[in-house]
Design a protein around this ligand. Structure first.
Ligand code: FMN
Length: 192
């Protein structure tokens, strides 16, 4: 017999992100963040390789990263308004957790499965933060995909990359719900 958890199911059926630019203070302190981080790491991981890790970005670190964006943007020939927008993602944030994909050499587990597991950590972290009552948003941005920015800013090792930045804080205004996928259009049933 199934053993339902209607509260958890209802959460999953109604969960939604809160745009990072609407998040403010307070942000979770270390004690409040710990169960959220613990939940994030409790993620499916084929082969128990743990091909990911988390870096908590506090205010001063976010400022330091914001300071790296202009040079990164110029190197990548980004437009000034694009650079300003990307800088603000870091400069205006109070707390974000970087999910770092740390691929492991494995004869058995393909890299794509390790990548999927890193994405699962991002969603688990996002959902845990939302379930704990915080506003949260999964962001990337062009800087996060730049290997030099990631190495310089977060001291990533060779082969590591930023899978996502989960911004966490207090919701200051409720965003409108966005349209959700049509079940009938997205699901097919194979009976045989
Ligand atoms: C891998 C990934 C990267 C994303 N990066 C950005 C981003 O850089 N900027 C942005 O506005 N939204 C970005 N989004 C979308 C936001 O997370 C968006 O708020 C989210 O899709 C809303 O979904 P939800 O309400 O179901 O949580 C990204 C989503 C994913 C999955």
């Amino acid at each position: 017999m199934p053993d339902p958890n209607p509260v958890a199911l209802d959460f999953l059926l109604s969960r939604r992100s809160r745009p990072a630019k609407t998040l403010g203070r307070p942000v979770p302190d270390r004690d409040q963040l710990e169960p959220i981080l613990r939940a994030a790491l409790r993620t499916p991981d084929h082969g128990k390789l743990e091909p990911w890790r988390l870096v908590v970005l506090e205010r001063a670190a976010l400022d330091r990263l914001a300071g790296l964006i202009p040079a990164c943007g110029e190197r990548l020939s980004r437009q000034p308004e694009d650079i300003a927008k990307q800088t603000a993602q870091y400069a205006d944030a109070d707390l974000a957790v970087a999910v770092i994909a740390s691929p492991v050499e494995s004869p058995k587990i393909p890299q794509v499965e390790q990548t999927l597991s890193a994405g699962a950590v991002c969603l688990q972290l996002l959902n845990a933060a939302l379930a704990a009552g915080w506003g949260a948003n999964w962001l990337s941005g062009w800087a996060s995909h730049d290997a030099d920015f990631a190495r310089q800013g977060l001291d990533l090792a060779e082969g590591e990359w930023i899978a996502g930045l989960i911004h966490i804080g207090t919701e200051t205004s409720a965003p409108p719900e966005r349209p959700r996928p049509d079940l009938a259009a997205k699901v097919s049933w194979l009976g045989a």
